[in-house]
Design a protein around this ligand. Structure first.
Ligand SMILES: CC(C)(COP(=O)(O)OP(=O)(O)OC[C@H]1O[C@@H](n2cnc3c(N)ncnc32)[C@H](O)[C@@H]1OP(=O)(O)O)[C@@H](O)C(=O)NCCC(=O)NCCS
Length: 398
């Protein structure tokens, strides 16, 4: 809290404060959106335990909670927002169906990255419609663009994937829940209730997670007064990194590559010998089990299959060896490990693991953008320690 409660007189004082690398643990803003209590293995959206919300409420209800600060009060309010989300997807498809074929026309489709194309799509919508810096917009206009960015992400990811693979784009069905319809737009088939529910729980659990890198990125860009599409596009870029959202396919790829239980220990030891990190383990905030991985592991168990048995074995072997090789670092299973398994079991293709993360996280990004701009915005402007050659030196002439 201290970071945001400076007095007017201290506002322009030149500070010379050293903070941990990566700003680890530094409070850089105040938020009412949610928080992660790493030592307790607990995270919450607003005042509610996020895992309880995932068990008891819909993704659309969580969307309302994150954006409006309150859950829909009754079934009628919940249904009304579900219908609104459906209408937003239908409107998004009008643009997406026009833009995506053009974005990918003439491309070597085997090289196309879905998340990178999503960046281009959202940037294109913002550019074509002239989304203005939020400083020039009303609160309702900002809210409208944020809601549209959420719908564009789900509809866009599905359409990009289908065009990339030479299939017809699937139009949204406004009557379906957001998660079910996303899965349907990706696969072209109405999913079974248990697959839709598994995916929805994954999406519920990944809507927001404190000041993670992509959320911080969204807020930094929004803090400049830039338009909503710029902030969302920047956040997607941040999410794409393997140290953040880009890891889930690698975690499951590692399990796939290990292939058999007997191979787990030698494989992981060889990774350590090469100085490599185990994907799906370790977290900047959690020093105990990540509650998302606990819940997703349970969902993966219920979906069943051979792979879950192997994954459980790889997890336990990894935890044992991490404790042996990196004792005391508190390296535990993170959300990515079981996220990939749940997504694959629900019918999400591997290449859409990170884009599907964006489908839920965009709800958190846009809630954060709105909070940033509506609450006494201040531009983020930290400093760096200069460690280059002493300056000034004589400029050489030639
Ligand atoms: C997520 C991650 C970036 C967090 O990093 P961090 O909290 O900043 O931790 P650090 O990079 O400071 O690592 C602390 C120590 O643990 C080790 N470590 C961290 N994650 C590790 C992993 N997955 N495998 C092996 N060793 C790991 C580091 O080598 C370091 O060891 P050292 O003390 O001997 O130098 C990191 O754990 C990681 O790279 N994990 C794999 C990628 C992943 O799963 N990403 C998804 C995140 S949700």
């Amino acid at each position: 809290m201290a970071a945001a409660t400076e007095s007017a007189s201290s506002r322009n004082a030149v500070l010379d404060v050293e903070v941990p690398r990566g700003l680890k643990g530094v409070k850089v803003a105040q938020t009412e959106i949610g928080n992660v209590r790493g030592a307790e293995g607990f995270f919450h959206y607003r005042q509610y335990d996020a895992t309880e919300l995932a068990k008891l409420r819909t993704l659309e209800d969580i969307w309302v909670l994150m954006h409006e600060g309150e859950l829909p009060a009754d079934q009628a309010a919940s249904d009304a927002f579900r219908a609104r989300a459906g209408a937003l997807r239908v409107a998004a498809f009008e643009q997406v169906s026009q833009l995506v074929p053009g974005l990918l026309a003439g491309a070597d489709l085997s090289r196309v990255d879905v998340l990178a194309t999503l960046r281009a799509l959202i940037a294109a919508v913002g550019a074509r419609e002239g989304w203005k810096p939020w400083l020039d917009l009303s609160s309702d206009e900002i809210k409208d663009q944020c809601s549209r960015a959420v719908a564009l992400t789900a509809v866009g990811v599905a359409a990009i994937y289908r065009v990339k693979h030479g299939r017809e784009m699937v139009a949204p069905d406004a009557t379906l829940p957001h998660a079910t319809d996303y899965l349907r737009m990706v696969t072209g088939e109405l999913p079974s209730a248990d697959k839709a529910a598994a995916l929805e729980k994954y999406l519920d659990l990944t809507v927001d997670h404190g000041f993670n890198a992509s959320t911080f990125t969204a807020r930094v860009v929004a803090s400049t007064g830039a338009d909503v599409s710029s902030a969302v596009v920047a956040a997607i870029g941040s999410l794409s990194g393997p140290l953040h959202g880009g890891a889930p396919s690698r975690a499951l790829a590692m399990v796939d590559e290990i292939g058999t239980k007997e191979n787990a220990e030698p494989f992981i030891r060889a990774m350590f010998a090469r100085g490599e990190r185990l994907m799906g383990f370790g977290h900047p905030v959690y020093t105990t089990m990540d509650p998302r991985s606990v819940m997703l592991g349970g969902i993966a168990d219920t979906l069943g299959g051979d792979q879950i048995e192997l994954a459980r074995h790889v997890e336990q072997t990894s935890l044992d060896l991490l404790e042996e090789v990196k004792p005391g670092r508190g390296l535990k299973t993170n959300v990515e490990f079981y996220a990939a398994l749940v997504m694959r079991s629900a019918g999400i293709p591997d290449e859409l693991f990170t884009p599907t993360f964006a489908v839920s996280r965009v709800i958190g990004w846009t809630a954060n953008i709105r909070e940033q701009v509506e609450n006494d915005n201040r531009i983020f402007r930290p400093s760096a320690e200069y460690v280059g050659p002493e300056a000034p030196q004589t400029v050489p002439t030639i």
